[in-house]
Design a protein. Structure first.
Length: 601
């Protein structure tokens, strides 16, 4: 029986996805691009791809057999008829999970994985195979493998699939003993068990592998976090979440894991990528704006569509078209769409198209901009922190026309002092109290505040609150270098700072975060980004803020970034919108800048 080459298949799959010959959604494309990028540059972060390890894991699946459906039917004279043959996308996942390693200790790179695909794509069978590999073939003494879920029935789905696979495999049945709710490898004192929260406390485990099934139904982080803590003593464990989409809830553990994965794939943590190298996301879903009724899009959420056949989906699609009450069920289960999902602000890729700065050069680019923009007219925006929160300050430099002046060597000759600049340029400063960072870490927040601080993007302040005097001093320092025409600030918590800025001679205005003040600049910023007229210098915190933005609308078509709806922080975008509000209130008269303005209907 032919065994596919793991490394070649993973590489070919990734290339087909990127080239568009393999139908896939944007998030799968980003996962493939991450793989290709890491093959080129991973060594710079201490990573390498072990082709032998990847192949060993793929080879193991040849020991497994399907246990239900047409794939489990035996064919006389064909002993391999029921063998589990991995699809290319599954080989891509297995190769990533088991092939990538760290140079420092040769341990596997990925400790956590999040796989989100529609139903009928064999995710439980696939996960059972991974669990069995971790049990019997990973050379881990005393391995503890768990199929974990909220209920007993759900927890047993993956485990029973693994149990039945053992029964059909001569290779595995010789090595694994089956009991009522336990698979045991006596030679290594290893076990594979179902684990349900409703059965009682699940603490005290020394987990080597945990498969968390249908994460979208978990009511809290409790199970996931207990398991995440339980893997810390192992050298190369795996915490694998498998799920379909669910109902959108920004506080759910599933949405948080998905969002973390999306941010990794989208490059939100680009400059601190080493801090998130342990997490592998594979999210197969339709893209925003895709027509769900167009069958060509269905493969994006169903990477096994060619295996089980498009005809399996058509009856449910027909029902969804005729019965609106069935639509959400079809979108969620078969097209992997989160129902009642938040309104995204920007299409994927829009933010990244608004910078010329390459990954890893953000600080140098910002320092160069700080020097090049000296003397330029700009506007300030400030979103002040609550007691334990982030504060963000923006300087926004509008486009400018060509400026002429006298040649110092020939006073009768006019020369160009500054070239015309059609771009809106954004510089950011952030503050965050040290105690607040510690508090967020205790809550399980994975945001890389410490890395941002080390890289110079975030100013940590001692204690649990930010001293407004520090922000005032920074504004005064900047006012000596740039022409700050006006500063806008949120009215919350600025009773001291606002009057101080006025007494310092800096024109300052309160900008309440309501539709009246925020709608026009929010729409303008959206249009500027869409038409690529902004340079944000790839600031990673601002990019994170942008990825978190949810837009609140009213019946009059007004927009504003909504802090309450956005679980994660959007402070930098709020500060930028406030600065743009002040720029709109102070247009340049008879200036070429007007030809760059965005017009709204």
């Amino acid at each position: 029986m032919h065994v596919p080459n793991a490394a070649e298949t993973a590489l070919n799959y990734a290339e087909r996805v990127i080239q568009g010959t393999e139908i896939a959604g944007n998030l799968v494309k980003l996962a493939c691009q991450r793989f290709l990028n890491d093959l080129e540059t991973g060594k710079d972060r201490g990573l390498y791809f072990d082709t032998k390890a990847a192949q060993t894991a793929v080879n193991f699946f040849q020991c497994l057999h399907h246990i239900d459906g047409k794939w489990a039917r035996e064919v006389p004279g064909d002993p391999d008829a029921t063998v589990f043959r991995l699809a290319d996308w599954q080989i891509f996942v297995v190769a990533n999970l088991f092939g990538w390693k760290k140079t420092e200790d040769n341990a596997r790179r990925f400790r956590e994985a999040y796989i989100e695909i529609a139903r009928k794509n064999g995710k439980s069978t696939f996960a059972a195979g991974i669990g069995l590999y971790m049990l019997v073939a990973d050379k881990e003494p005393g391995a503890e493998v768990y199929s974990a879920a909220v209920t007993r029935d759900q927890a047993r789905i993956v485990w029973e699939t693994a149990r039945d696979m053992v029964a059909k495999s001569a290779f595995l049945s010789k090595r694994i003993k089956t009991f009522q709710a336990n698979l045991t490898v006596a030679s290594t004192s290893s076990k594979f068990e179902p684990l349900a929260a409703e059965a009682g406390p699940i603490e005290g485990k020394n987990t080597h592998c945990a498969i968390v099934d249908e994460l979208h139904v978990h009511p809290s982080r409790a199970i996931y976090e207990v398991l995440n803590t339980s893997i810390t003593a192992r050298e190369q464990p795996l915490l694998l979440a498998i799920t379909t989409a669910g109902k959108y809830n920004p506080e759910s553990v599933c949405w948080k894991q998905r969002e973390f994965g999306v941010h990794i794939l989208s490059g939100v943590y680009s400059e601190t990528q080493a801090d998130v190298d342990y997490f592998f996301p594979y999210i197969a879903a339709l893209d925003e704006g895709d027509d769900w009724q167009d069958e060509k899009n269905w493969a994006k959420a169903n990477p096994n569509l060619a295996v089980f056949g498009i005809n399996k989906l058509r009856p449910d699609a027909t029902k969804a078209k005729a019965d609106p009450s069935s639509l959400n069920d079809f979108l969620q289960k078969h097209l992997n769409q989160w129902t009642a999902q938040k309104t995204s602000w920007l299409p994927v890729g829009t933010w990244k198209r608004n910078t010329q700065v390459e990954t890893g050069h953000t600080i140098a680019a910002r320092n160069a901009a700080l020097e090049a923009l000296k003397g330029r007219r700009c506007f300030g925006g400030l979103d002040l922190a609550e007691t334990i929160d982030m504060a963000a300050m923006c300087l926004l430099f509008p486009p400018c026309k060509e400026q002429m002046g006298l040649d110092p060597e020939n006073r009768s000759k006019q020369i160009v002092i500054r070239a015309a600049d059609p771009i809106w340029r954004v510089l950011m400063w952030y503050w965050y109290p040290e105690r607040a960072i510690s508090f967020e870490s205790l809550k399980g927040d994975r945001t890389p505040y410490e890395a941002w601080s080390r890289d110079g993007h975030l100013i940590k302040t001692p204690g649990s609150s930010i001293e407004q005097e520090a922000i005032r001093n920074k504004i005064l320092e900047l006012n000596r270098q740039y022409t700050i025409t006006e500063f806008g600030y949120d009215k919350w918590g600025t009773e001291w700072l606002g009057p101080k800025l006025l007494s310092d001679g800096i024109k300052s205005t309160k900008i309440p975060q309501i539709m009246e003040h925020m709608s026009i600049p929010t729409k303008k910023l959206t249009a500027l980004l869409t038409s690529r007229e902004v340079e944000h210098y790839a600031n990673p915190i601002l990019e994170w803020n942008a990825a978190n933005v949810e837009i609140l609308t009213d019946t009059n078509g007004n927009w504003r970034p909504d802090k309450k709806a956005s679980r994660n922080k959007i402070d930098g975008i709020v500060a930028l919108v406030i600065a743009l509000n002040r720029a709109e209130a102070n247009p340049v008269v008879n200036d070429d800048v007007n030809r760059f303005a965005v017009r709204f209907i």
